[in-house]
Design a protein around this ligand. Structure first.
Ligand code: B4P
Length: 192
């Protein structure tokens, strides 16, 4: 099994690169952002609660996210592993993921950390905001999301550094160039 986390600030290309990785390694792609937006679209109780946080650029509380992901491990049938996109976003979520995977004898192999300068992140998200219709792709929410990233999400890197699973990648350049560089690094790590 190959269990990857795609990590980075908002707009760093997590969702974009996940599409390449899931095909290349036959991984089950789980994007917590996509799941939450689907819940919002369906007006479920979780969606109604999540919307209040997302619209303001805050994280959805850990207990709701962890509950939402219960049972996800059983969906990997027919796949070679997982790509976790947008999860974990806090150290508490990272600990919960370790526990979830350990229960089925698995672990995280690598955290792929996409590095992109802040002005480029803002630019990408504002561009996306013109077409996405996403309520959090506006200037005020983007600034808040970046602050939340630095305060609550960035410490997740240390959690994986401690177990030598942190793989930093330059997230600037074309989507294809970044995808190639990720695959090269992951293959090298796996000894392929
Ligand atoms: P997400 O959906 O994960 O949103 P995101 O951080 O903006 O990343 P996304 O994957 O969508 O964008 P990408 O960087 O690929 O989360 C949204 C919200 O949901 C969070 O703020 C939070 O409130 C909540 N949430 C989600 N998970 C949570 C969790 N675990 N715990 C608590 N709350 C949670 O791409 C951005 C743009 O850049 C795109 O338009 C793309 O086309 C463009 N782009 C990508 N790569 C590029 C490149 N190389 N060059 C130019 N443009 C590029």
């Amino acid at each position: 099994m190959l269990n990857l986390i795609i990590f980075g600030a908002p707009g760093s290309g997590k969702g974009t690169q996940s599409e390449y990785l899931e095909k290349n390694y036959n991984l089950y792609h789980i994007s917590t952002g996509d799941v939450l937006r689907e819940e919002i679209r369906k007006h479920t109780p979780l969606g109604e609660t999540a919307k209040r946080y997302i619209d303001q650029g805050h994280l959805v509380p850990d207990d709701l996210i962890i509950e939402m992901l219960k049972g996800v491990i059983s969906r990997a049938n027919g796949y070679e592993g997982f790509i976790f996109d947008g999860f974990p976003r806090t150290v508490i979520q990272a600990e919960a993921l370790t526990k979830m995977l350990n229960e089925s004898g698995q672990e995280v192999d690598l955290l792929i950390d996409l590095n992109v300068p802040e002005d480029m992140l803002i630019d990408r998200l504002l561009q996306r905001g013109k077409v996405s219709g996403r309520s959090d792709d506006n200037e005020v929410a983007i600034k808040q999301r970046l602050q939340v990233y630095h305060e609550q999400t960035y410490p997740v890197i240390d959690y994986y550094k401690r177990v030598r699973k942190h793989l930093p990648v330059d997230g600037t350049g074309s989507i294809e160039e970044i995808a190639r560089s990720i695959v090269e690094k992951v293959d090298a790590h796996l000894g392929r």
